[in-house]
Design a protein around this ligand. Sequence first.
Ligand code: SPV
Ligand code: MG
Length: 577
Amino acid sequence: MSLEHRIDNVKRIGLLKKKIQQKGFVRIIETHNAISGLIANDSTVVLDTGEQREFDGFWESSLTDSASKGFPDIELVSLDSRLETISQILEVTDKPMIVDGDTGGDFNQFEYMVKKLERAGVSMVIIEDKVFPKRNSLEAGTRQTLEKPEVFAEKIRRGIEIKSDPDFLVVARIESLIAGFGLQDAIERAELYLKAGADGIMIHSKDADPSQIIEFAKKFKSFPPELIKEKLLICVPTTYNSLTCSQLAGYGFNIIIHANHNLRAAYKAMEDVCKQILTYDRTAEADEICTPIKSIFAKVGFLSVKEKDKQAAQKLKSKLKVVIPSAGVNELTRQLGKPIALVEINNKKLIERQLENFYNCGLDNIVLIRGFGAELFTLENIEYFDNPDFEKTFVLESLFKAKEALTGSFIYINSDLIINESILRNLMTLEKNPEVDVAVVVDNSFQYHKHNIDKKLDLVRTNKGSKIDPIRLIADNFSEDAEYIGKNIDSDIAHYEFIGVAYFSEKGTQKLHQIYNQAKTANRALHESSSFGMNSFTDILQELINTGTKVKVLKTYQGWMEIHNQEDLEIAKQIYA
Ligand code: SPV
Ligand code: MG
């Protein structure tokens, strides 16, 4: 991951020298942009012998940088453009870089090049002894003009003098073998460049036969010791590629550069994939030769961004949670083959409509307990819990499947409800009200249409409730205490209907746990329930009342809707049309 590769420039510059000192020789791989840098940086193999092998640094090649930009390798790409690529690679990696400086320009230009590369965090610049503008060395028949050795030696001297970091290295690249001037010319030039202060010599060849290179290495070793003290020998075995790095190191090379392979590999892969897509007129076949997008996401750090986003969102979530038990199954959900929360009301799932209201109120800490059709919940940013026993147990058991999330204060809401934001906002005021530990949302409109209600309602009788004007009801919220809550009460003496929404303060939540744990230990059916497993939410509310907890009521007149059957669903569709 790109963010993880962090290293400061001074440390990185010194790394190349350090690695060579430690290992004797280093393996360098070409990179031409940030992603190739990332891949090169992270590539590693473990051999049968147990040895773990990776690249020690990068070659920022003039050939592949130019080609990446669609240009021939003739010193056409400006230093600024090269520097842009260089800094993009360095930004996401933590290994040292050697820059192919072409001819380095004239003496003065080379001084600026050295300063800029040093400042960028590059460890080494290699310049070649050709006349500007050089031509790439690999193509047979290309006209190659070598610089006068004395002129080039002077350029090296100027570069050495201007650098300020002793670990930044200036290397002379000898092109005698490329230009056909022979080994002797190469050796004479090497001697001159070393005397000018070059930190090392790169000897280049485009011959498939490595014998001249090997010969050069032998001659280099036989130079007077003071001339080659701490001097590096470098090669680029593009054409004589049968020799391994270890073999080349055996001949005395300290740096072995694989100069163009990442670009060539990418080029071939891109050509192949383009042909596949054109041939089959689709991408199904091409996908097989492509890296999965997820691997790229992982490499460039996108997956860790996703993870960190999640963690941050978790940290910054509202303290007040919303807990939705959605495990149960009824006739309607069986018919629809999905949990009620996932039923679509005019192209939007019920849960999405709920979530919209929660988010609008700043409530984004959502806990949902799944059961029937659990696998159908794919919404993110919800903390899920599961009640696999949803057929045999009831809502209290579902709620306590999320017991580890039941901490602090929370709003309980049934999954088949849509409620107005005003109800939520009213409940949210309780966060600042130390008087209320438990509150339930109630509605008295059932009193006016009792006769056409087909299901047994959860009714509430309070200490001060009466039949009064529904508008006035709202004015005295949280002043009445529920005395009875459940189905087994004559509707004539009940004041309200419990709508399936409740609030618990931190203390209220603790009491809830206490009562639940006691009932569990005793395997006790609470209130109207027939068994412990069938305990309902209203059963524990009544138990709270019975054990001295005040359960306050928040009165609402309409502003909520329960999707209980097909008819409700049709009404909801009309409302949201
Ligand atoms: C490069 O990679 O740009 C080089 C090496 O200079 S070569 O292409 O072999 O000249
Ligand atoms: Mg080059």
